[in-house]
Design a protein. Structure first.
Length: 411
């Protein structure tokens, strides 16, 4: 690994704010985003004035369908009282990560020094049709044949079990349930999490079947919420805080939207490419990463992340999950261990327990890592000293992926 002191940062996060995730019936989406943005700006230690913000980058997926709301920049100009360039990115569940990727490009280009990045979603206003709405991120032919996203990920899960657990090893199915248990356990100290309750493996297996072999408790929930970050050029970071968190790697990759045209459905090519590129960009390996936020929309995706990122070999992710859970069951955080590699994934509960307001998720992951690296994560704080974190956000079943690497100190 290149010394952290020698890494050239792309940008720095100097403030962050979020709302609670859950069923926020009485909050409008633009008000949620404004609340998160005001919290983020207010969290900047040395003071940040609204006139310092030069541009805004937002991420959201379904607001036009779920809330009959368009022209988000216009609403946010009103809510935040700013008349500056504002852009909204749609990349399904990867919208938040893509918004941050674009913000980093804006800063790297020299066009901006201080930007606000936000992600939001208000899904419960259309709870009766949200399953159909989410399939806007799938191939229309998949929708026409009756697929939901649970069905698509069930196809990926059952193929994975067939290929790598011989279709019959019960420990693989148990590992897929243990991911849910682990992430709910991690969320117990997260005051913002949608679900702060422990799960057992029996709870998962007894929950209603959604799309065999996926059950309700294999799935992330329907959520409302918003998150925002204040992102600045590296040169401006110490003006606003004594403890900036630097973004040293930012990559995005894409792949076919439909499963039928993929090279494989037991891996996410976009994740693999984005991770390979971000590790190359930073001269790091997965062994250098201390904590990671992985996109666990369904528990199978956390296993795929371990393999696609290179933390372990293809087909071995479920074994890592099973053995690590059994070894560290009962500890505050349950790390994944592979030889001399150790990685804590989804320290605040991930999408599974913290919640998944789709446009907010990619930004929430950076919020969590920002807090972890600064030692400000409260009851979810990882006890070990942390220096490097990775955020992994995907859209759909893998049509897009962004990966960011954050570090604590460069001087």
């Amino acid at each position: 690994m290149k010394s952290i002191k020698k890494l050239k940062p792309l940008a720095a996060v100097v403030g962050a704010g979020r709302t609670k995730f859950g069923e926020l019936w009485y909050d409008n989406p633009e008000e949620l985003l404004a609340e998160a943005g005001i919290k983020a700006m207010g969290s900047v230690e040395h003071g940040l004035r609204r006139k310092d913000i030069q541009a805004c980058y937002f991420g959201s997926f379904l607001y036009q369908v779920t809330n009959k709301l368009g022209l988000v920049p216009g609403y946010m100009a009103r809510e935040l009282g700013m008349n500056i360039p504002m852009s909204n990115t749609e990349a399904a569940c990867g919208s938040g990560g893509s918004a941050l990727y674009n913000a980093c490009l804006g800063i790297r280009s020299g066009e901006y020094d201080v930007v606000l990045v936000g992600g939001f979603e208000k899904m419960t206003d259309r709870s009766g049709k949200i399953i159909d709405d989410l399939m806007l991120a799938g191939d229309p032919h998949e929708f026409d044949t009756g697929y939901t996203f649970a069905g698509l990920y069930a196809s990926m899960m059952v193929r994975y079990i067939h290929d790598y657990a011989h279709g019959s090893d019960s420990r693989c199915r148990e590992a897929l349930a243990l991911i849910a248990c682990k992430n709910h356990h991690h969320a117990m100290g997260n005051e913002y999490a949608q679900f702060r309750r422990e799960l057992t493996m029996d709870d998962v297996f007894k929950s209603p079947l959604v799309a065999d072999p996926i059950r309700v408790l294999h799935c992330s929930p329907i959520s409302d919420g918003a998150v925002a970050l204040v992102v600045v050029s590296p040169e401006m970071a110490k003006k606003y805080t004594d403890t900036p968190i630097y973004i040293v790697g930012s990559q995005q990759a894409t792949d076919d939207v439909s499963l039928c045209s993929r090279e494989s459905i037991t891996g996410i090519k976009a994740t693999r490419l984005a991770t390979e590129n971000v590790l190359k960009e930073t001269s790091m390996t997965m062994g250098d990463i201390h904590v990671a936020e992985a996109h666990d929309c369904f528990t199978i995706e956390e296993i795929l992340f371990l393999e696609d990122s290179g933390f372990c070999k293809r087909g071995e992710g479920w074994k890592i999950v099973y053995d690590s859970y059994e070894s560290f069951k009962g500890s505050k955080h349950i790390p994944y261990v592979n030889g001399d590699r150790e990685l804590i994934v989804n320290a605040g509960g991930g999408l599974k327990a913290d919640g998944h307001p789709v446009g907010a998720t990619g930004v929430r992951q950076v919020y969590e890592c920002f807090k972890q690296l600064r030692g400000e994560a409260g009851g979810s704080q990882v006890d070990n000293e942390l220096n490097v974190a990775l955020c992994h956000n995907i859209g759909g079943t893998g049509g897009i992926a962004t990966v960011h690497i954050l570090v604590r100190e460069l001087q």
